[in-house]
Design a protein around this ligand. Structure first.
Ligand SMILES: *[C@@H]1O[C@H](CO)[C@@H](O)[C@H](O)[C@H]1NC(C)=O
Ligand SMILES: *[C@@H]1O[C@H](CO)[C@@H](O)[C@H](O)[C@H]1NC(C)=O
Ligand SMILES: *[C@@H]1O[C@H](CO)[C@@H](O)[C@H](O)[C@H]1NC(C)=O
Ligand SMILES: *[C@@H]1O[C@H](CO)[C@@H](O)[C@H](O)[C@H]1NC(C)=O
Ligand SMILES: *[C@@H]1O[C@H](CO)[C@@H](O)[C@H](O)[C@H]1NC(C)=O
Ligand SMILES: *[C@@H]1O[C@H](CO)[C@@H](O)[C@H](O)[C@H]1NC(C)=O
Length: 442
């Protein structure tokens, strides 16, 4: 009994010590932020690796293990683990434990599904589905759009605003322009649980015939001021986008000291992506379909060049992320669609662990409901599929000649992610031959 009280007492003392020291730290870091002038590029978050916290945290652990008699093998606690814990603690002090998840993907890589994993987290999550859709739509007609550098900068600024709950950078791109920050036109509002909450749901005018803007309740057009207030009240923020092309264009966003950004790059076998796009975006892929028919693919065609360009951008982004530059350390995770399809729960857990957001039972239940069903997809954007079966289907939908073209132009991309090449049609459609190498990335 006595030892129990002693343990509790020492724990409290140790916590007080840690608390004091981290208060000092956070005051120091606040000063550092204040000192920054707007012209300066944002500093990366402080490096806590030398902080006095190490001392007290390690001591705290040791005290705890001695008192409880737990056998902790200190040499097996790798440096990486220790650092992770400290980083969590450090960033907690830094911005109140907020997390900003950027889900960076391309179309047909299961990004709606993964986005939903975060959307379903619960009350503390503010999730947005493809807000950059507005930017792309408005700028593809403008001349600036031809300049990828300019476009990437605009995307980044809009994302930065949204992570800070400021909708005004995005508002400029919503068409028709919002009146008094009210818009009926926000792209896929209903895909965001937080934009359809009671508090963000303005009443529908009774005398006007109007469609509802949410599935779950009868909401009128979106009041962006309310959306922003809801956003500010939530601890975590997640944005899914298929429009960011190059990871390195996000560096200033990741280094913004007001944010704690984690990037999840979602990739998929480029052969499967092509097969899936030919079904989903049928009219855009007429050329590929014609090639599939007559078996001839002109290598220097614009379509083939575009495919190669896309593959190269995905590969280059992954190379940046996997090389762990200082600005991205512990902030980048690469996830393969195929692994999520095979082990949805396990991968979801890993992703949540990476983000530092607790894996809620609500999200867990959503996964259970949505991965164990044999019901066929009701629409092409549906995430309700038997995921492991779905992941292999493309092998029967793509003609071998097209698979060959993808292998030729996307070879280096496939290698990096562990997608096996096939030399003949028989292998392509033989389900007992896996085209996926087991691979760990992070
Ligand atoms: C941490 O300490 C080492 C050795 O004392 C020093 O070289 C390094 O610059 C320090 N790093 C920071 C971030 O203060
Ligand atoms: C502690 O961990 C290290 C590294 O994992 C291992 O070599 C060592 O045998 C372990 N010691 C004990 C007492 O378990
Ligand atoms: C894009 O714009 C930037 C800045 O205005 C300029 O430096 C760059 O040369 C442009 N690139 C192209 C391909 O036009
Ligand atoms: C939108 O919400 C804000 C904040 O509650 C409110 O002040 C404003 O009047 C609302 N706008 C409209 C048109 O209802
Ligand atoms: C999903 O499909 C796979 C492959 O056909 C099958 O083995 C599995 O039993 C299915 N899962 C469920 C829950 O129906
Ligand atoms: C599929 O591949 C397996 C393993 O290589 C082989 O044993 C089997 O004969 C193949 N099936 C067909 C139909 O080619």
């Amino acid at each position: 009994m006595k030892t129990k009280y002693a343990i509790v007492f020492i724990c409290i003392v140790a916590l007080v010590i840690i608390e004091k020291e981290s208060n000092i730290l956070s005051r120091v870091s606040d000063k550092l932020i204040q000192r920054q002038t707007p012209q300066q590029t944002p500093q990366p978050p402080l490096d806590y690796s030398n902080a006095t916290q190490i001392g007290s945290l390690t001591m705290f652990k040791m005290l705890l293990s001695k008192l409880t008699g737990a056998k902790v093998n200190y040499s097996s606690l790798s440096e990486e683990q220790e650092e992770d814990e400290l980083d969590d603690l450090g960033t907690y002090r830094f911005n109140g434990g907020q997390r900003h998840i950027l889900l960076m993907a391309t179309t047909r890589t299961g990004s709606s599904f993964v986005g939903e994993l975060f959307n379903q987290h619960g009350e503390q999550m503010f999730y947005l589905f493809e807000p950059l859709w507005h930017v792309e739509r408005m700028l593809t007609t403008a001349s600036e759009a031809n300049n990828g550098t300019v476009l990437a900068g605009i995307y980044r600024d809009v994302l930065q605003g949204l992570f800070l709950c400021d909708f005004s950078p995005l508002e400029k791109f919503i068409s028709p322009p919002p009146q008094d920050h009210i818009t009926p036109a926000l792209f896929r509002r209903e895909s965001s649980l937080s934009l359809c909450e009671e508090s963000v749901c303005s009443p529908v005018a009774k005398d006007v015939f109007e469609r509802y803007h949410c599935k779950t309740r009868r909401c009128g057009p979106l009041n962006l001021t309310l959306a922003s207030e809801s956003c500010l009240s939530k601890q975590h923020h997640a944005i899914k986008t298929v429009r960011v092309r190059q990871l390195d264009t996000l560096q200033p966003l990741v280094e913004d000291p007001r944010l704690d950004v984690r990037v999840i790059q979602l990739v998929r076998d480029p052969r499967a992506i092509l097969a899936s796009r030919m079904v989903a975006f049928s009219s855009k892929y007429q050329t590929w379909k014609a090639w599939a028919q007559d078996g001839q693919v002109p290598e220097d065609d614009e379509e083939v060049k575009r495919l190669k360009g896309n593959c190269d951008q995905i590969r280059m982004s992954a190379e940046v992320g996997l090389s762990q530059p200082r600005w991205l350390r512990r902030r980048y995770m690469l996830v393969r669609y195929e692994d999520i399809a095979r082990y949805p729960m396990q991968k979801a857990e890993e992703m949540y662990r990476f983000t530092g957001i607790p894996f809620s039972s609500q999200a867990r239940e959503w996964i259970l409901r949505n991965t164990q069903t044999t019901r066929e997809a009701s629409g092409i954007y549906s995430t309700q599929k038997n995921s492991s079966e779905q992941a292999e289907k493309w092998r029967f939908n793509i003609p071998f000649t097209l698979a060959q073209v993808v292998q030729r132009v996307c070879g280096p991309t496939m290698k990096i992610f562990g997608y096996r090449f096939v030399d003949d049609e028989k292998t392509l459609i033989n389900k007992s031959i896996s085209l996926l190498e087991d691979k760990l990335f992070n």
